[in-house]
Structures are given as structure tokens and as C-alpha cells.
Design a protein around this ligand. Structure first.
Ligand code: UN1
Length: 505
């Protein structure tokens, strides 16, 4: 079926009428075959402004709805996601090109964070703190923040939004979402499913969720608007370097989840049956377009040749049989998002060769009937050392493999990149594992598990140019609330002053 007919069928089965979104501003293409799947209207400066005002009104009502009731709305939303998992997964695949199995994983990630948020809605705990003064009660309470702006990227078009959305909503906020201009359709689908639900949920105010479609200008408008106390943005470090300071300038908060240049260290005690599949999924899964993708492997020189030859065999067979239409069951690697992404991959491989690397595979493949899709054989690059190109994040399936002699040296190379998102060690040696966790400068440090595919229960994010934000599980919900300390006096005489200060007439 042509991709646009497939998209129309999905929206029909979701009972979503796309007509109010149709327009001439934004052409949406499927990376599967480069075909045009929709023409969409963009928001104007005026309509964005109106949506922000409406979102403030929604917040003013929603903040007073009891948190467990807010959780009930998210529980109903997760039911809708469960019921429509297959259609949504297919839409994710058609719009961003990841294989259907990973499209399903993405929808599952939304369901999981909704479940987490439902439980959280009864656990937004504060503290009671011992006061130094008699008859004083000191408390710390969390209150909702306001309108939360979410800017999401094409590679996880709905899951990362859901991490922010589900938590922000149970915390009592309203949300404005600006999805990537490459993936507006999945955003429209999720937003509309939520909208329909809100209409049947009397406690939900109008415009609890708002969607803004457009290019970077509309994103910038959100970033600069003082009515939005938190901007949560996912994308490149280049984007984060613009967003972070702009939000800070108006004393807003930002939650940034930016680039990664994630590495694996394979020590001489590594179990290769564990290391090999983990490195492969991390490096070629989602066609190398995850922020957690494995981009560098430091291999102990004793096992370098054997691991490299196993990797090479695996890459060869993936390149031969497993790259293709992401809707086909046997495919493991779908297309790159677009031609610009292909060009940046080829450019990186050229630089890798110039810097002394030996490049295997990485070339474009033409796939029957999909001539306008950018399909590549994932590239494997043997490097003697970590050169300049290895330190850059190229958002494509390129894996640099570098031998090392001591773990200290590998650790130093590991940390010598601007980004600090995810990392992993493969070892059977407890001391090496603990040393690695202590020294890795990343937000995520795994042992005998690859760099990508984190569960929602942990806090997700990283240090340095990854932006420092933490989304999803653990106590990330605190980003979406403001903390208030309150001391109450319940004595009968004039209250004592703190620090024992006397101030008597
Ligand atoms: C991203 O690429 O922006 O850990 C998010 C993972 C996924 C999320 C990736 N759960 O790979």
C-alpha cells in the first residue's frame, strides 16, 4: 500500500479527522520511500501566542484537581495507547523509519511511563523537617509549575514527549508540545487521542494539552515566552546551546536531553556472547539514530581481533540481508531520516579515512521500490586511536572500534568527548565494573548491558553537552513542580527566632 494511503487508513481507524491540520506549509515525507504523506498547516506567531494564553487558563484549573484524579486521566490515556498500540507503532515506523518492532517498543515506552505516572500521582511526597524551635512545624511541599513546553526530536517522536507529558500532567501542569517538523503526524495522533479523552473527563479543562506545528521559529517563541516556566527540549547539543541560555536569560528552567557519543569498553574478561549482541543492537538499532546509540568501542588488545572479526561478520550479514523496509518483519535496520543525514554520514566516513581509519561498509543501498529512501549498510571503522571525528556525534550507524591496553587509558579516552549520556562496560571482573561506574562521566553507566534501550523507571539523561537534565523515572518528576518550604508556628506566646536571636523590646 502506498505510504500516504496507509497513513490515511491509520487515522481513519483511530477516528481522527486530519482535515483541520491540512494546509500547505509543511510537507511530510516518509523516510521509507521518500513519498509525501501529508501537507500540514503550521502555527503562526499569533496562534502560538493564543495557545500559550489558553494553556495558562487550563493550568489554573488543573492545578486544583487532586493529583490521584489527574492520575486517573493518564490511566485512561494509557488504556487508549494499549488499544491502539499497533496503529500508532505503524505510524511511528512510517513517519520516522524505525523498524516496526521498535515502533511497538516506542508505544510501549509511552504506556510504561503512563503507568509510572499513575502510581506517582499518589506519591508526590514532600517532607516534614524537624524544626529547631518549639511549637514550629516545618514542611516541604511540591506544587505544580505551570505551562510546560516540550520540544521533541524525530527519532523518538512520541516516547520522549510521553515521558514529559505523563509526569507533567499528574504533577498538575498543562503542556504545550512542539514536535519535530519531520514527525508531526505521530504527534497529531497522540494529541488527538488525549483530546478526545479529555472531552469525556469532566475535571479536565480545555487546552490541557496543546500542539504547535512548525519549524524552529515556533520553538523559539516557546523558549522566549515568560509564561512557560519549564522548557524540556530533546535534540542536538547545538540546539541546546541556543535553548539553554535563552531560557536562563528569562530565569526559566530548562530540562535538556541533548547529544550522546556513547561508548562501550570490552575488557579481556568480557563474555563475548553477551557483549556482541549488545554492541550490535546499540550500534545499528534504529539505524544509529538514538541519542543512546553505541558509537565507540574500546576493546582490550587481547580480545580486539576476535571481537572485531565477529563484529565484521555480523555487519556483513546485516548489510546483506537485514537492511530494508522497516515494515518488513525480517528487517533490522530501516532508512536514515533524510538525505542530509546520509550526507553527514558519508562526510564522517570520509574524515575517518583521512584520519587513518579503516572503513568497512557504510555505503548506500538501493532497495526495490524504495529508491528515494536513504538506506545504508551500517559502517564499522577500525581506528588505532580516538581521532577528532570519533569525538563527534554523527547521527548515523557508524561504530568506531579502538584497541586499548589498560583500563585507566580506556577510561580516559571514554571520557574525552564533549557529551556524557550513556556508557557500558563488558566484564566479568567486579573491580573493573565498579571502577568503570565510578569513573564514567555519563548519566547512564551499564555493566554487561548495552548503551541504548533504557527502561523508563530510571532517570534518563546525561552530563556535559548532553545538557544535565533527567527525564522519565526516579525523581525526575520534581522538574515539573516547584518546591516550597513552609514553617508554621502553633504556640501561644511570641515565637522564638531561628539561630537563637534575641530581638526583645
Ligand atoms: C533518545 O534517543 O532520545 O534508552 C531516547 C533508549 C530509549 C530512549 C532513547 N529508551 O535508547
Amino acid at each position: 500500500m502506498p505510504a500516504d494511503a496507509d497513513v490515511n487508513k491509520i487515522f481513519k481507524s483511530l477516528s481522527i479527522n486530519l482535515s483541520s491540520y491540512k494546509g500547505k506549509d509543511l510537507e511530510v515525507f516518509s523516510p521509507i520511500d521518500g513519498s509525501n504523506i501529508a501537507s500540514i498547516k503550521c502555527d503562526s506567531e499569533k496562534s502560538v501566542d493564543k495557545k500559550i494564553s489558553n494553556s495558562v487558563l487550563a493550568f489554573n484549573e488543573w492545578r486544583d484537581v487532586p493529583a490521584p484524579k489527574r492520575g486517573e486521566l493518564i490511566r485512561l490515556f494509557s488504556n487508549e495507547l494499549r488499544n491502539n498500540k499497533e496503529q500508532l507503532a505503524r505510524l511511528v515506523t512510517i513517519e520516522c523509519g524505525k523498524i516496526l518492532e521498535e515502533g511497538r517498543g516506542e508505544v510501549q515506552e509511552m504506556i510504561d511511563i503512563c503507568d509510572f505516572a499513575v502510581g506517582l500521582s499518589r506519591q508526590l511526597y514532600g517532607l516534614t523537617i524537624a524544626s529547631e524551635r518549639p511549637n514550629h512545624t516545618m514542611q516541604e511541599t511540591w506544587y505544580p509549575l505551570g505551562v510546560i513546553g516540550v520540544i521533541s526530536a524525530f527519532n523518538f517522536p512520541v516516547a520522549v514527549w510521553a515521558w514529559n507529558f505523563a509526569l507533567a500532567i499528574v504533577c498538575g501542569n498543562s503542556v504545550i508540545w512542539k514536535p519535530s517538523e519531520k514527525t508531526p503526524l505521530t504527534a497529531i495522533a497522540c494529541h488527538e487521542i488525549f483530546e478526545k479523552l479529555c472531552k469525556k473527563f469532566p475535571a479536565a479543562p480545555k487546552n490541557l494539552s496543546s500542539l504547535i506545528i512548525g519549524k524552529h521559529e515556533v520553538g523559539e517563541q516557546l523558549v522566549n515566552d515568560r509564561r512557560i516556566p519549564l522548557i524540556s527540549a530533546t535534540g542536538s547539543s547545538r540546539m541546546g546551546k541556543i535553548v539553554g541560555p535563552k531560557v536562563a536569560q528569562r530565569f526559566g528552567r530548562s530540562l535538556l536531553e541533548l547529544g550522546g557519543n556513547n561508548a562501550v569498553i570490552a575488557t579481556d574478561s568480557a563474555n563475548l556472547d553477551i557483549a556482541l549482541p549488545s554492541i550490535l543492537f546499540g550500534a545499528v538499532g534504529t539505524a544509529g539514530q538514538r541519542c543512546t546509540t553505541t558509537r565507540r568501542v574500546f576493546v582490550h588488545k587481547k580480545i580486539h581481533d576476535i571481537l572485531f572479526s565477529k563484529l565484521k561478520n555480523a555487519y556483513e550479514s546485516i548489510g546483506k540481508n537485514k537492511v530494508g523496509n522497516p515494515l518488513d518483519k525480517k528487517t533490522l535496520v530501516g532508512p536514515l531520516i533524510d538525505s542530509a543525514s546520509f550526507d553527514s554520514m558519508q562526510n564522517a566516513l570520509k574524515r575517518a579515512r583521512e584520519e587513518g581509519g579503516k572503513v568497512f561498509f557504510g555505503e548506500r543501498m538501493t532497495t526495490k521500490n524504495l529508491a528515494n529512501g536513504y538506506y545504508v549498510k551500517p559502517a564499522l571503522v577500525s581506528m588505532a586511536k580516538q581521532t577528532a571525528i570519533v569525538k563527534e556525534e554523527t547521527f548515523a550507524p557508524i561504530l568506531y572500534v579502538i584497541p586499548y591496553s589498560t583500563l585507566e587509558q580506556a577510561m580516559e579516552w571514554h571520557n574525552a568527548v564533549p557529551q556524557g549520556l550513556s556508557s557500558a562496560i563488558f566484564t566479568n571482573d567486579l573491580r573493573e565494573a565498579e571502577y568503570f561506574k565510578k569513573r564514567s562521566d555519563c548519566g547512564i553507566a551499564n555493566v554487561n548491558i548495552g548503551t541504548s534501550g533504557a527502561e523508563i523507571g530510571g532517570a534518563f539523561g546525561g552530563e556535559k553537552e548532553t545538557g544535565g537534565g533527567r527525564e522519565s523515572g526516579s525523581d525526575s518528576w520534581k522538574y515539573y513542580m516547584r518546591r516550597q518550604t513552609s514553617t508554621t508556628y502553633h504556640g501561644t506566646k511570641a515565637p522564638a527566632l531561628a539561630q537563637g536571636i534575641n530581638f526583645n523590646l
